[in-house]
Design a protein around this ligand. Structure first.
Ligand code: PPS
Length: 297
């Protein structure tokens, strides 16, 4: 029982194909794996807390010519659907939601590349991957697991860092997640974005996204989309800020979903010793790839 008398049953992590998933997601994995997408489906993939909601909002706006009203037709989780969502945390599973949606459908997943349903590759669906530097991702995830009362208990910050380094937080190692999509991006036509690039030059990234999606939009529309998807505007938008998720699930009095939206917030959380240990581990796991991650702008 929590302080406000809400019964909380946090998820347990269980391995599926060697990857730890929340128990309710693991239970539904077979059905998710068998999902047959339409060729027009667009998949947004990301390790948690990397900026996927931001990307979902941009893509929905791009598909609707920057029409703010249309993009307020429903909360972000209903306009664009988490493939592996279950009825433990949502009114409907992702698979049931998808049955009722008209194409082109925007689908989100946190699954690592090797667990993405084969149909997405068979149908050559457009696929966008968003990655964020590891240190800011883990800070964001720590606050998220505090406020998302169905996610595993994060525990103390220091042990959370170790769980991240040892791949004990769900969805597999962050390192493998970002590398998996990076290494396949050319062969499989994956549009790879970095959160830090979006922060640095959102217009350039929105234009790149439009091009990838074969959309030709006016400069005005692009400007409007950039403006509608600033951190401040999304934070104030009830259809984008996750305020419609019941408080029993997302307790935003603990931490807002739209929390800070910055690059280098990790500096406010890592001690110099923690940063040094993290960096040493990071070098070992990332040395074979040359990925342009930035931990500050
Ligand atoms: S989730 O729960 O996995 O879907 O989270 P995700 O949406 O991938 O990532 C949440 C973090 O992205 C930040 N965010 C933004 N940053 C900048 N601009 C915009 N528009 C934006 N929208 C969301 C959000 O605040 C989370 O990061 P932190 O660092 O916690 O603030």
């Amino acid at each position: 029982m929590s302080d406000d008398q809400t019964v909380i049953s946090r998820a347990r992590l269980v391995p599926v194909k060697g990857i730890l998933l929340a128990d309710h997601v693991a239970e539904g994995f077979e059905a998710v794996s068998a999902f047959r997408p339409l060729p027009s489906d667009i998949l947004i993939a990301a390790y948690p807390k990397s900026g996927s909601t931001w990307t979902q909002e941009i893509v929905d706006l791009l598909l609707h010519d920057g029409d703010a009203e249309i993009c307020r037709r429903a909360p972000i989780n209903e306009r664009t659907v988490l493939l592996e969502a279950t009825t433990v945390v949502r009114r409907q599973s992702g698979l049931d939601q998808l049955k009722k949606m008209d194409p082109p459908r925007v689908i989100k997943t946190h699954l690592p590349l090797q667990m993405v349903p084969a149909g997405f590759w068979d149908n050559k669906c457009k696929m966008i991957y968003i990655a964020r530097n590891a240190k800011d991702t883990i800070v964001s995830l720590y606050y998220y697991q505090k406020m998302n009362t169905f996610s595993p208990e994060p525990g103390p910050w220091d042990s959370f860092i170790h769980k991240f380094m040892h791949g004990e937080l769900g969805w597999g190692y962050w390192h493998d997640h970002v590398k998996g999509f990076w290494e396949e991006r050319e062969k499989r036509n994956i549009h790879y974005i970095f959160y830090e690039d979006m922060k640095e030059n959102p217009r350039r990234e929105v234009e790149r996204l439009a091009k990838y999606l074969d959309l030709s939009l006016s400069d005005d529309v692009i400007s409007r989309i950039v403006e509608l998807t600033t951190f401040k505007n999304m934070k104030d938008n009830p259809m984008a800020n996750q305020s419609s998720v019941p408080k029993e699930i997302y307790n935003q009095s603990i931490s807002k979903f739209m929390r800070k939206g910055e690059v280098a917030d990790w500096k406010n959380h890592f001690t110099p010793e923690q940063a040094a240990e993290f960096d040493e581990d990071y070098e070992k796991k990332m040395k074979q790839v040359d990925m342009p991650f930035r931990t500050q702008l």
